[in-house]
Design a protein around this ligand. Structure first.
Ligand code: FES
Length: 145
């Protein structure tokens, strides 16, 4: 864990001088992730970036890739850019317009709200498989689905 003395050595509040090390120090980065990025609302984009139904862009919440979309009803959604099957990214583009997202690994497809819509060869998966339940898969306590 980074010490207060080490942090003070990287920044001088009176003069405003900041050591370049503060931008590359692994401990400072981890502390920022825990103290700020995993505990606060994060700005990921503005609705004006998605003027049309089907528009999407990808962004990051700390180290987690997310997809932000506008659905056919004009509603905005944000969800983790991860396939609920084996964790592959479901969207590799930075932005665009689409009707759905399809994982390139085994073909599971997701709606513009991140809901699992279809699983090819669903019968091949076991009874306890996530392939059996279509729908949204909440990622964590932050409420992003
Ligand atoms: S990892 Fe996405 S369908 Fe298998």
């Amino acid at each position: 864990m980074i010490t207060a003395d080490r942090l003070r050595s990287m920044a001088e509040p009176e003069s405003g001088d900041v050591s370049a090390a503060i931008y590359t120090d692994e401990e400072v980065y981890r502390r920022e992730l825990d103290a700020i990025f995993r505990k606060s609302w994060l700005f990921v984009g503005h609705e004006s970036q998605l003027p049309k139904a089907g528009d999407f862009f990808t962004s990051y919440m700390a180290e987690d890739s997310i997809v932000v979309t506008r659905n056919r009803a004009g509603e905005l959604s944000a969800f983790l850019n991860v396939c609920r099957h084996r964790g592959m990214k479901i969207c590799r583009a930075e932005l665009g317009n689409t009707r759905a997202f399809q994982c390139t690994y085994h073909g599971w497809s997701y709606g513009l709200d991140g809901e699992l819509k279809a699983v090819p060869h669903q019968e091949a998966y076991g009874p306890g498989s996530r392939a059996r339940g279509v729908g949204r898969d909440p990622c964590c306590a932050c409420g992003v689905v």
